[in-house]
Design a protein around this ligand. Sequence first.
Ligand code: AHM
Ligand code: MG
Length: 335
Amino acid sequence: MAHKKQTLGEFIIENQTSFKYSSGELSSLLNSIRLAAKIVNHEVNKAGLVDIVGSVGDVNIQGEDQQKLDVYANNKFIQTLTNRNIVCGIASEEEDDFISVNSRDENHQNKYIVLIDPLDGSSNIDVNVSVGTIFSIYRRKTPVGQPVTLDDFLQKGSQQVAAGYIIYGTSTMLVYTTGDGVNGFTLNPALGSFYLSHPNMKFPEDGKICSVNEGNYTHFPQGVKNYIKYCQKEEDDRPYTFRYIGSLVSDFHRNMIKGGIYLYPKSSLLEEGKLRLLYECNPMAFLAEQANGKASDGYRRILDIQPTELHQRVPFICGSKNMVETCEAFIREVE
Ligand code: AHM
Ligand code: MG
C-alpha cells in the first residue's frame, strides 16, 4: 500500500522534540526558510522568462558582479527571517557586515543567528543550470538581552545547530540536518509543498566521481595534482569520472547520492581557495559528516577551524569518506 508522504512542515513538527534545545523556535526558523525557499524558487524558475538576469551593477564584498537574482534571494531570505522574529542576527555572503535584527527584537531576546549564501553558483543562472541556497544556524554566544556581536558569527562549524541547502534543479529540493542525520524534501510545484523524498541520506563510503575545476590544475599544490592524476589512472576501479557543475550545492548533492569528492583547493591564484568558511564550507561540512562523509581543508577538519573573519575563505575537500582521506594522504605526502 502506498504511504502518504510526509511534508516538510509535518516532519519539522514531529522531530522537534528530538532536538535537544527544543522550544519550537528552531522549528519556526526552519519554517521561515522553507517559506523563503518557495518564494525564491518561483523567481529562479522565471529567470529565463523575464528580464531579471544580468548584473545589477553592484560589486559584492568578494569583488564579483552581483546578479539581480542574488539580490532578490538575499532580500527575501533576510526579510522572511526578520519578519518571523526568531533570529537575533543574520550574516550573508552578499552583505559586507552582519545584520543585528533590532527592528523586531528590540530587547534582544531571540536566540538564533543565521548565516546564508542566498544564491550560490549564480554564474549558472543565465544558462539554466542549477543553483542553490546554503544556510547555517547557530545559537548566539552573547547573553540574551544584549545586541549580537561579531563573536556570535565567528563560531566554529562544530557549534552549528542546523544547516542545509536548497537546490533549484530539475526539481527543487530542501536538504537539511539538525545533527540527527540528513533528510531531503522535494517540492511538488503543483501543491507548493515539500515532501520527504530522501530520508536519511548517506554518502557511499567510496565513490567514482571527482568534481574539481581542472582549469586551475597548473596552479594547484603538487599533492592535489598527484591526487588528480591518481583519479585519472587506469588501475583498480579507476579512472574516476570527472563531473563539475560549478554550483557547489549541485556537485555536493550528486556526490552525496552517487559517491564522489568535491575539491576547491588553494592555488597559486587563490592562496586560501575560493569558498567561504562560514557561508559555504561549514554548512556543507556539517551535512557531509551527518551523512557519513567527510570535509577537510587538506589537513584539518573543516568544523574545527576557528573563524577569524566573516568572509574568510578556506580550501575545501568534501565527499565520500575514503576518497577525502586518500586525497588528504596525497596532500600530506608532498608537504
Ligand atoms: P559564488 O558564491 O560566487 O557563486 O561562488 C561559489 C561557487 C561554487 O558554487 C562553485 O563550486 C565554485 O564557485 C565554482 O568556482 P569556479 O568557477 O572558480 O570553478
Ligand atoms: Mg557562494
